[in-house]
Design a binder for this molecule. Structure first.
Ligand code: FAD
Length: 487
C-alpha cells in the first residue's frame, strides 16, 4: 500500500519534504474507526483532510442541514488534533485529481461507498489519479459486510433478508472498530488550495428565509461526540425491552442513531460491538437491534447488485400499476392533514424534526401507496428531502418493500389499516397527542378515529378523512389485481 516512489507527483513532492496523503471524507464524518484516516496517519506522511461538496452526490433538504452540523463538528474535532478540514465545492471528478496535483500528494485515500452515483464517481477519480501517478486506496468502513462478501453457496446475491442475515451471522462478528488516531500530522495549506477551498458556511446548507430548521435544531446535535454519547446512553439505559417496544412510536424505545449512521459519525461496527459486547437488555433485545443494523447492510447490498432499483420496480409487473396523480391528496399527506391521526402525526413529526419512527414510516408509506394509490417514488422523494437520515439504499429499499414491488417485499394486498395500527402501537394516543395537539383532548378510545366523536368534540381545523378506509383499500386491490402476474 505504499505510494509508488517513481510517480511524478511523489517525486516532485519529495523535493520539498514528504509527500502528503489526502484523506477524502464523505459519508464518514468521524475520527474513530476510520480506516482511511488511520492508514494515512500510520504512513507517517503529512495529512490533508478534505471534504468535497459535489452537488451530484450531495444530500438535500433536512439531510443537508445535518451535513452542515456534521462538517462543523468534524472541523472542530480535527482542529483539536492540530489538523484542518479543507472544504471544496464542485465536481469531485475534476476537483480531487486537481487538488492532489496541487498538493503533490502521494496518495488519496477514502472509505468506500456503494451507491451507483458514488461508485461511478470514485471509479472515475481512481482512474484519473492513476493516470497522474497518484496512488488511491479505499477501505471498508460504512457497512459491517461489504455487498460482495455475503453470498449464497452458488455465489449469487441473496434476495431474501432472513437468508442473507443467516449467512452474514455465520461469517462471525464484524471486525472490532479502530481507535481514533492520537495525533494527526497536518500538512498545512498547500499552494493553490486556498483558491479552491471555501468555508462550510459558504456551501449554503442552512436555510435562511424561511428558516425551517428550528425543530431540527431543537432535536439533534450532529457530530461524532454526540453520536457516541447517544450510543452509550442507548446501550446502557434504553436497550431493555427494545425487541418489543421498538414498534411503539409513543415510547422512546429506539436508538435514533440513523442520521449518525447515515453520515458516519459512528460506524455500524462501533454500534455492533457496543451492543453485542456491552449492551444492556435481554439477549433478544440485543439480537433484534443487531438484526436492524443488518437491514441497513442488506439494503446497501441490494442496491449494489441492482443499481436500477433507485428508480425501477424490482417486481416489473408493477410498471403497469395505474398510480394516481392527485396533487391535493399528495399535499394533504405531506402536510399531515389526511384526517387519519397516526398518519398525520408521523408526517408532522417528519416535517418538524426530520425523523419519523420506523413503524409510522411503514404506516404512512402504506397509506400513500395503497389507500391513496400513489407511486412509491413520490413518497421516496419527499422522504429524501425531509429526513435527516435520508439514505438512498435504506429509503428506496424500504419504500419498495412497503409498496409491495420490492425485494422480499410485504405483499401488496397487506394494506395497513391506520386506525388499527394506531390503536395497537399508540394505545393511549400519546404519540398522536404530541404531534396533532388539536386532538389532544380526545379519549384514547376515539383518538385514532376522531370522526366517530360527536361533531362538537372534533376541532374545526382537523380534516375529515380524505379517503374512506374501505374505499381506498378496494381501489388499491382492484388496481393491483389488474396487473398481470400479481400474486
Ligand atoms: P433503531 O431501531 O434504533 O435501529 C438501529 C439502526 O438500524 C437504525 O439507526 C438504522 O441505521 C438501522 N435500521 C433500522 N431499521 C431499518 C430498516 N428498516 N432499514 C434499514 N436500516 C434500518 N432509514 C434510514 O436510515 N434512512 C432512510 O432514508 C430510511 N427510509 C425509510 C423509508 C421507509 C418507507 C421506511 C419504512 C423505513 C426507512 N428507513 C430509513 C428505516 C428505518 O425507519 C430507520 O432506519 C429507523 O426508523 C431509524 O430509527 P432508529 O435509529 O431509532 O432505529
Amino acid at each position: 500500500m505504499s505510494p509508488s516512489s517513481s510517480s511524478p507527483a511523489s517525486a516532485s513532492a519529495s523535493a520539498s519534504g514528504a509527500a502528503p496523503v489526502i484523506v477524502w471524507f464523505r459519508d464518514d464524518l468521524r475520527l474513530a474507526d476510520h480506516p482511511a484516516l488511520s492508514h494515512a496517519v500510520a504512513s507517517g506522511a503529512p495529512v490533508l483532510c478534505l471534504f468535497v461538496h459535489d452537488p451530484r452526490t450531495a444530500p438535500s433538504g433536512a439531510a443537508q442541514w445535518w451535513l452542515h452540523g456534521g462538517l462543523c463538528a468534524l472541523r472542530d474535532d480535527l482542529s483539536r488534533m492540530g489538523a484542518t478540514l479543507h472544504v471544496a465545492h464542485g465536481d469531485a471528478t475534476v476537483l480531487v485529481p486537481r487538488l492532489a496535483q496541487l498538493a503533490h500528494a502521494a496518495q488519496v485515500v477514502w472509505n468506500r461507498r456503494y451507491d451507483p452515483q458514488g461508485r461511478e464517481t470514485d471509479t472515475t477519480i481512481k482512474a484519473a489519479l492513476k493516470q497522474d501517478g497518484v496512488a488511491a486506496h479505499s477501505f471498508a468502513a460504512s457497512v459491517m459486510h461489504e455487498p460482495w462478501t455475503v453470498r449464497t453457496r452458488a455465489g449469487d446475491a441473496f434476495r431474501v433478508y432472513t437468508a442473507w442475515w443467516r449467512a452474514a451471522r455465520a461469517m462471525g462478528d464484524p471486525p472490532p472498530p479502530l481507535p481514533a488516531p492520537r495525533r494527526i500530522g497536518d500538512a498545512g495549506m498547500p499552494d493553490g488550495w486556498r483558491a479552491e477551498c471555501v468555508g462550510i458556511d459558504a456551501l449554503g446548507f442552512l436555510p435562511v428565509a424561511p428558516d425551517w430548521a428550528g425543530g431540527l435544531r431543537a432535536t439533534w446535535h450532529p457530530g461524532e461526540a454526540a453520536a457516541r454519547a447517544r450510543l452509550h446512553e442507548f446501550v446502557q439505559d434504553d436497550m431493555a425491552g427494545y425487541a418489543t417496544a421498538r414498534d411503539r412510536p409513543d415510547l422512546p424505545a429506539t436508538s435514533m442513531l440513523s442520521p449518525a449512521l447515515r453520515f458516519g459519525h459512528i460506524s455500524p461496527r462501533q454500534a455492533w460491538h457496543a451492543v453485542a459486547c456491552d449492551g444492556g437488555g435481554a439477549a433478544e433485545d440485543r439480537a433484534k437491534f443487531l438484526a436492524e443494523l443488518g437491514w441497513r447492510d442488506f439494503a446497501v447490498s441490494l442496491l449494489y447488485e441492482q443499481p436500477e432499483l433507485v428508480r425501477s420496480n424490482f417486481r416489473t409487473e408493477f410498471d403497469a400499476m395505474p398510480w394516481r396523480n392527485d396533487a391535493r391528496d399528495l399535499h394533504a399527506w405531506q402536510q399531515g392533514c389526511t384526517g387519519y391521526p397516526i398518519v398525520d402525526a408521523g408526517m408532522r413529526q417528519l416535517w418538524r424534526t426530520g425523523w419519523m419512527h420506523n413503524r409510522v414510516r411503514m404506516i404512512v408509506a402504506s397509506f400513500l401507496t395503497k389507500h391513496l394509490l400513489m407511486d412509491w417514488r413520490v413518497g421516496e422523494g419527499w422522504f429524501r428531502d425531509t429526513l435527516v437520515d435520508a439514505d438512498i439504499a435504506s429509503n428506496v429499499v424500504n419504500w419498495q418493500w412497503v409498496a409491495g414491488c420490492g425485494v422480499d417485499a410485504a405483499p401488496y394486498f397487506r394494506v395497513f389499516n391506520p386506525v388499527l395500527q394506531g390503536k395497537k402501537f399508540d394505545p393511549d394516543g400519546t404519540y398522536v397527542r404530541r404531534w396533532v395537539p388539536e386532538l389532544a383532548h380526545l379519549p384514547a378510545s376515539r383518538i385514532h378515529c376522531p370522526w366517530t366523536c360527536a361533531p362538537a368534540e372534533v376541532p374545526r381545523g382537523y380534516p375529515a378523512p380524505i379517503v374512506g378506509l374501505d374505499e381506498g383499500r378496494a381501489r388499491a386491490l382492484s388496481a393491483w389485481r389488474g396487473l398481470s402476474g400479481a400474486t
